[in-house]
Write a protein that binds this ligand. Sequence first.
Ligand SMILES: [Zn+2]
Length: 355
Amino acid sequence: MLFSFDGDDNSPWLKEIRKELAHSMSEHGHQETSNPDEAGLVFHTVSPTRPRPFRRRSQATFVIGLIPWDQPITQPLKQLYPLLVRSLANLVISGTPGTGMSYLVTPELGNYSVSHDLPDFRDALYDRIAPLATSHLVIDNLFDNDLPEELRDGTQVTREMRDASRTLASWNLFPTPYPVADMLPAEDYRHLQRVFGIGGLSYGNLSARHEGEVFWMSASGVDKGKIGTVSRDILLVKGFDEEKRAMRLSVAPGADPLRVSVDAVEHWGIYRKHPEIGALIHVHAWVDGIPSTTINYPCGTVEMGNAMSDLLDQDPHPERTIIGLRNHGITATGPNFPDILSRLEGRILAQVPMV
Ligand SMILES: [Zn+2]
């Protein structure tokens, strides 16, 4: 992947981290370009006092914010998360000169520190960047106004999806120590919903097979406890357009649809590969004792889909199981929503372990 640096480097920490990042990226086969507009991954300098987003020319560009800090970082999530949101970054890295430490924060509330003194400092840094540097986002939606008339008021499946979303909302699956909505100004919170599709963070999304590879899925950036309207917040996904790298959706003529959840491409891959799966629930919460992916690829990438599919392939009962997405959440499979909910109830933990 092509990478680039954007913005100034007038702090000792910035100079050092940029040098290390450039080395570590090229050691792993990525090439630097001086033109951020052609890069798939941009390291963007973010001012702690006046954070500005990098203007992505393509929505599929990943942005890593580099934040020079002049005070010691004592509460990385509290200090850095608002800047991640305001800079619309997919990850932020921050550090204070002379401390020999850098801190990383992700949209899913992951937070890590890396010591510059580690003999494998560059590798440790790259481990955290690799999921972005090696994956491909699918975020465009193509809407066709061809939803068959008999589906326009929904089906048994869409009604079960609405009920399941109410049940999940009643479980209050919120990462308790860091209530994002309280932590951020309202405007930042809306940014978060729009850019990362993880608004509410209370949980992720739901989908259920309609027939063949076609499935229903919840929209992004909407309070999932309130979904229920077909062609607006419950969308029929026809498939993935490889050429346009976009999800293709079927909506009623004259509909005003929201965008489908960013995870649609992963769910599409799973329904295709596992015809025995009828429904999927993805939540930003955890269940103890489940197998988990080893790399935390971003939501909405082909690579996240493949990692999930590989885990399901290894499962003796892929049609009725729960898999973990590292530092992110879980995805549960089953024949339908009531079956999945009955297996999650009482086992689900609001806090995702960060490793
Ligand atoms: Zn998610």
